[in-house]
Structures are given as structure tokens and as C-alpha cells.
Design a binder for this molecule. Sequence first.
Ligand SMILES: C[S@@+](CC[C@H](N)C(=O)[O-])C[C@H]1O[C@@H](n2cnc3c(N)ncnc32)[C@H](O)[C@@H]1O
Length: 269
Amino acid sequence: MSPNRHDDRTIKDFGEQWLKYSDNDGYYGSMELFSDMIHPFLKPDELKNCLVAEIGSGTGRIVNMLLTAGAKHVIAIEPSVAFEVLCAKVSESERVTCLKITGNQLPAYGNLDYVFSIGVLHHIPDPTPVVEAVFRALRPGGRFLVWLYGKEGNGFYLAFVMPLRVLTKRLPHFALSALVSMTYWPLLFYIKLCHKLALPLREYMLSVLEKMSPEKRRLIIYDQLNPAYAKYYTRHEAIKLLEDGGFINVRIHHRHGYSWTVIGTKPLI
Ligand SMILES: C[S@@+](CC[C@H](N)C(=O)[O-])C[C@H]1O[C@@H](n2cnc3c(N)ncnc32)[C@H](O)[C@@H]1O
């Protein structure tokens, strides 16, 4: 499949996903999770009165976290049909501008303090134009924080899930949600076992997944199996993604041993 067709399929898949799983309640939409996502590079307080954008906002949970953190204004970018859900879910609409565009079309504002992209760039076959658009939209000294799936720490998981995804990314919603329901109880058993044994993904299971409601655990399984394209980044690839876009002082954190939080700064001159 060509990169463009992959892009279109991914956007369509997510649009359908968010129409089915549209709420952001509990730990999934909490400031506790937001603090964990941006740790150790930022604290929510640092976003007070800042101009911020989020690329790939889905149902708006990160937008609402940014508003709760005190951002002055948030630009929310969502290209799929979930745009309608996003507009309905943002908590303080006068502090938000929702744009139904892809990340590479982010306007070159040149005055944003921060741009966030949480769980999005790994679904875009060629993310470089998005990184370049973010660079243009930031002010000099502004920072871009991304969260990406990691390759390191996911070997066991990928050996099992990647072959499965060949089938699941083609399944219609009713079939995929039935499959997700079947995997739910074994997953719960696995989480319980992680309390006793040093199993793969133990830290993620206990620090993140166990805190989610049953509905959100199902969404997370669905979210792994549904998208047409998903890349698991090595540490080197994750750093290079931002450095190639012109960012400096790129720093990386292996979040819960399974994913990357990466932050880079737009140079002052
Ligand atoms: C896994 S979701 C993440 C949503 C949100 N950031 C969150 O963490 O709740 C990925 C989102 O990126 C959007 N997306 C896909 N391709 C995109 C692109 N080229 N530009 C911007 N957003 C895109 C999808 O429609 C989807 O809503």
C-alpha cells in the first residue's frame, strides 16, 4: 500500500474507532496520566498561559488535559470524522481552535510555546512533513514533545501481535470488538500474574493498564489491533525523527520500558 493510501486508511480507521469509543473518563483522561506522559521533561504547571497545539487530537482527551494544566489557548488538529466528537468534547471551547486538517498542514503560526503529539506519529508512514510543520509553528525556543511506540522492550509483544495485526487491521468493527472481548480475560489474568512475576511489559501493565477501567482496557487492545499502519521506533529512530526536523537538545525517556517520550527545542536563531 502506498504511504498516501496508508495515511487515508489510518485516518478512516481512527475516525470509526473514535465514533465507537468516544468518552475520556477515568484514569484514561486524567491529569495523573498526563503528568506520567510528559515526565520527566515537563510538569503540567509549566504549560500555564502557554500557546499550545496538539497533533492528532482524537476525542480530545489530551486537549482537555492541556486546558486543565492552564494553557492559554490550544490548537487541536484532527483530520478524521472524529473531528465532530473532538469539537463536542473540548471542555472550554473559547480557549480551543479545532482544525480538521492533517499534521503537515498545521499553519506556520511561529508563536507556539509547545506542540504535543501523543500516539500519532507512529501511525503516519512519512511523519517528516508533520515534524517540519511543527517546527514552523513553534516560536524560537519552543518545544515539541512526542510519545511513540518503542521497539526496545516490546520484542515479546511484537512477536505475538504483529502477525495477528495482518488479520485484525482488516476486520470490520463488530468482528474486531468480538475478538477484543475474547482477549480481555486472558489479559486480566496476565496483569494479575505481573504482580507476582517479572513478565514482559510488567511495568506498563502495573503502572498504566491496570489503572484503566475495563472499557478503556478494551479500547487500548482495539487501538493496538485496528490501525492500518503502526511503527515501533528504536531509540535511535525516535531521536533522529526530531533531529532531522531541525530540533536541538533532543532528549528521550524510555517510558515504562515500552515506549518513547521525546522532546526537542526549536533553536533560538
Ligand atoms: C492513537 S490516536 C491519539 C489521539 C490522542 N492524541 C490521544 O492520545 O488520545 C491517533 C490520532 O491521530 C490522528 N491522525 C492520523 N493521521 C494523522 C495525520 N496525518 N495528521 C494528524 N492526525 C492524524 C487519528 O485520526 C487519531 O485521532
